[in-house]
Design a protein around this ligand. Structure first.
Ligand SMILES: Cc1cc2nc3c(=O)[nH]c(=O)nc-3n(C[C@H](O)[C@H](O)[C@H](O)COP(=O)(O)O)c2cc1C
Ligand code: SF4
Length: 509
């Protein structure tokens, strides 16, 4: 008899195949896998897309969609008798206010307002026939040459943390364990972020070539592509490109596994993603050990963001130095997502470290008067309009008490109330906290409740304990969600104290 968890990895796929949490499904998946029913129920209820399978339409309540009218959109949808619910950011901020219909065929190519400039590292507009030249270079020159180019390029992770890619690659090469895995993090869910969607739609060839280079270089045979469940169009573009590229024979020996996300933002966090791949609830693991040492199935695993991986072919074709020198303040180019109160929302590839003012120019300027912006997703908090000349790179934003994160830039004009904007981000974090640790689970709830009370009463006394709550979250949360979930509120109180009824000095205490 198989041990009870031997087929656990199948649980999420089977729940999805059978339509999610519907009568009888948990029992059937238990019979098919041997995993205890209570466990399967716990998994199914963790993921929005499995827990609410009968909802036809999901209306986005990310910050951009909220300020651009998601409540009116929800009323319109409901007035037609369609079953609908709100969803955390849907990754369609350039189409705000956005909605998503489950099981609805998406067009294979997005035709929205997204733009880029040719000749740069990722070059979203280039559709030329692809020849896997970088992979051929790896095969000719060997892994040590690749690692050298990667180090020279100074490529840092584009998923949020900005960690140097070559350090992770070398750490895996140095492991005695020979069973190794490559994982593509395409779970893009940070509010304001939709660049990975565009890369997969427009340049799936770059992503697949980058993954193949990683696998050959790190001697891994299995590649897992974890793509958020709402991105069916990008997934199809990746599958189609894979079929074409496999005809070259250069990808022989590699096994490609497409895995759907199921609507849980936290699964973008790398160890939560690994838990999901293993068929469990996506609750982040304590680190160390890091995935390069003990990752998927406890084996060395490279987890890399879509944009990071898509930079590899250009780095190997044109050289690490070429890539490094593309940047203004830090290496390479960067895909920035611009949404909110800008005239031309979209994804823009420009040199890393371009200023916020330059990005606004790219996006056609501000719609109205700039009041604030969120530079790198909800986790980055807010900066005021006076910071418009800040270079949008990892270090400059860290020094300013914010972060580049996923470069999901949300622009707010002076019609936006910053207490309400803070509440929108608070609702997101409360909904998406995995609930594993108390400072985050309770802290996100306290922040949301306090802001609601303040908006109702305008009584500054209700804000009294927020600083202690925020301190606890920062110090004692396990993962980056809880460690940053209070940044929108803290930064809004710092830069816009009068909107919270505070004196400037007390907000900065
Ligand atoms: C709450 C949270 C959500 C995250 N979401 C994503 C995500 O959607 N996509 C992503 O690539 N990285 C995300 N990350 C970062 C990953 O944990 C990890 O650093 C990244 O996938 C590593 O790839 P990179 O080095 O290429 O950036 C998230 C991190 C946290 C703490
Ligand atoms: S900080 Fe929040 S999201 Fe992260 S592990 Fe703790 S409860 Fe889960």
């Amino acid at each position: 008899m198989l041990p009870k968890n031997a087929r656990r990895e199948e649980v999420l796929d089977r729940l999805e195949e059978q339509g999610g949490l519907k009568p009888g499904v948990v029992q059937r998946v238990h019979q098919e896998t041997g995993v205890p029913e209570a466990d399967i129920y716990g998994v199914a209820t963790f993921y929005h897309l499995l827990a609410e399978p009968d909802v036809e339409v999901r209306v986005c309540q990310g910050l951009t969609c909220k300020v651009l009218g998601s409540e009116a959109l929800m009323r319109d949808v409901q007035s037609t008798g369609t079953s609908a619910c709100y969803a955390s950011c849907l990754g369609r901020c350039d189409q705000a206010p956005a909605l998503w219909r489950a099981h609805h065929q998406e067009p294979p190519l997005h035709t929205g307002l997204t733009e880029s400039h040719s000749g740069l590292a990722i070059d979203l507009e280039n559709h030329k026939k692809y020849k896997l030249k970088a992979l051929q270079k790896l095969l000719a020159q060997g892994p040590d040459w690749v690692l050298g180019q990667l180090e020279t390029s100074e490529l840092t992770g584009r998923g949020g943390a900005g960690f140097p890619a070559h350090i992770k690659w070398r750490a895996i090469r140095g492991q005695a364990e020979t069973e190794r895995y490559i994982v593509l993090n395409a779970d893009e869910g940070e509010p304001g972020t939709f660049k990975d969607r565009e890369v997969m739609l427009r340049r799936p060839d770059l992503v697949l070539e980058g993954l193949a280079i990683a696998a050959k270089c790190l001697e891994a045979a299995d590649i897992y592509l974890y793509i958020r469940g709402e991105f069916q169009g990008p997934k199809q573009a990746m599958r189609d490109a894979l079929t074409r590229l496999q005809e070259t024979g250069l990808l022989d020996g590699l096994n490609w596994h497409f895995v759907d996300g199921h609507g849980a933002y936290i699964c973008g966090e790398e160890t939560a993603l690994l838990e999901a791949l293993e068929g469990k609830r996506g609750m982040p693991r304590m680190k160390p050990p890091y995935p390069v040492e003990k990752g998927f199935r406890g084996k060395p695993t490279l987890i890399q963001n879509v944009e990071t991986i898509a930079c590899l072919p250009a780095i190997l074709r044109q050289g690490g130095e070429w890539f490094r020198d593309l940047g203004k303040t830090e290496a390479g180019t960067k895909l920035y997502c611009l949404s909110g109160h800008v005239r031309r929302p979209g994804v823009y590839e420009v040199p890393m470290g371009s200023t916020m003012a330059e990005l606004l120019d790219q996006a056609g300027g501000v719609d109205g008067n700039l009041k604030a912006f969120s530079p790198g997703g909800a986790s980055s908090g807010f900066l005021p309009a006076s910071e418009v000349d800040i270079p949008m790179d990892f270090k400059s934003l860290r020094d300013a008490g914010s972060m580049l994160g996923s470069a999901g830039v949300v622009v707010l004009n002076d019609t936006v109330d910053m207490v309400e904007a803070s509440l929108m981000q608070a609702v997101f974090f409360e909904d998406e906290s995995c609930g594993q640790c108390a400072p985050c689970r309770i802290g996100t709830q306290v922040i949301r409740q306090t802001l609601e009370r303040y908006l109702e009463s305008k009584d500054v006394a209700v804000l009294a304990h927020l600083n202690e709550v925020m301190w606890g979250m920062g110090e004692a949360s396990i993962c980056g969600l809880g460690q940053a979930a209070y940044w929108p509120l803290q930064s809004a109180m710092k830069y816009f104290p009068q909107e919270f009824g505070l004196e400037a000095d007390s907000a900065n205490d």
